[in-house]
Design a protein around this ligand. Structure first.
Ligand code: PBG
Length: 324
């Protein structure tokens, strides 16, 4: 074969050591956020059928879970609440004695070094299951929802949340939340905005977990059309103008191109949410023996980082971090 010229790419793949030396994307527990569900009136853990390995947690188990995550090197949790009662206005979301507010106080007391992110949305608290208030005609009333979302953010910040994360997709909510936080002495609380949140089938298992499926209609009037990548950048830029400290793309795997595009458009931290449906697909295939679960998790998380995410919100956080 003398004279044959070609690049020998395999030279850099010959051993663990050389592969490590040239690896472009690092994955460490310090970039992960674990979403947790806390249910009012529950003492123990209630496994979520559609999300093997995940449970709704009472306050005691929530603290245990946070401790285990912290020991594994995961620095942050994202809290979702399941209230005992719901109403048209979603009052449980902005009640200072609400389940998440209570949970934040307990967590900050027991595991003070854990960063606590509070999800800001009404859908787990409204009887109709939509993310904002409804007008008498049954449409989303964007502007009337803003003060309630702002109250939710202030209430969570006062309970001790380090970061609030609005996931409702109402227009103007980041500005409303920033103003309300600053006006109530919470100017140090950061906003992680679910800026590019798509209307996705991959939220299915979450809606079972959080009991937040809309009673009628869908979320296409406020969440983004999966076909739109340029519009995602536009959404992100608007949220930054309104005061977002970090922005999120959600879901992650079907939107890696959007993560990349947002990464290139902004200099603030970008988070990606590896959502419930992505988790459950992987778990179901693994349970059937169709894929190697640890390898698949590793590849999934690496690909989200490679696409440009600084932060990954993932239900795999504890399992993955404990193996490092
Ligand atoms: C809304 C919210 C949802 C998720 C996070 N926040 C559901 C929705 O928009 O229907 C989904 C997260 C997941 O699927 O893991 N508060």
């Amino acid at each position: 074969m003398e004279g044959l010229e070609f690049r020998r790419h395999r030279r850099l793949r010959q051993s663990q050591a050389i592969r490590g030396l040239v690896r472009e994307t690092e994955l460490t527990p310090s970039h992960l956020v674990a979403p947790l569900f806390v249910e009012e009136g529950l003492d123990e853990r209630a496994p979520i059928e559609a999300m093997p390995g995940q449970s709704r947690l009472g306050l005691g188990p929530l603290v245990d879970e946070a401790r285990e995550l912290r020991e594994a090197g995961v620095p942050a949790v994202l809290l979702f609440g399941i209230p005992a009662a719901k109403d048209e206005q979603g009052t449980g979301a902005y009640n200072d004695q609400g389940i998440v507010q209570e949970a934040v106080r307990r967590l900050k007391d027991a595991v003070p070094e854990m960063l606590v992110i509070g999800d800001v949305c009404l859908c787990e608290y409204t009887s109709h299951g939509h993310c904002g208030l409804l007008s008498p005609a049954g449409d989303i009333d964007n502007d009337a929802s803003l003060p309630l979302l702002a109250d939710t953010a202030v209430s969570l910040a006062e309970a001790g949340c380090d970061i609030v994360a609005p996931s409702d997709m109402m227009d103007g909510r980041v500005a409303a939340i920033r103003e309300a936080l600053d006006g109530s002495g919470q100017s140090e609380t950061a906003i992680l905005s679910y800026a590019a949140k798509f209307s996705s089938a991959f939220y299915g298992p979450f809606r079972e977990a959080a009991d937040s499926a809309p009673m009628f209609g869908d979320r296409q009037g406020y969440q983004m059309d999966p076909a739109n990548a340029r519009m995602a950048r536009d959404e992100v830029l608007t949220d930054i103008e309104e005061g977002a400290d970090m922005v999120m793309v959600k879901p992650a795997l079907p939107y890696l191109d959007v993560i990349r595009s947002v990464r290139e458009a902004v200099d603030i931290p970008v988070a990606a949410y590896n959502v419930s449906g992505e988790y459950s697909l992987l778990k179901a295939a693994a349970a059937n023996g169709w894929i190697d679960e640890p390898l698949a998790i590793n590849e999934t998380l690496t690909s989200i980082r490679r696409a440009g995410a600084d932060i990954i919100i993932t239900y795999h956080a504890k399992e993955w971090a404990q193996k490092q």
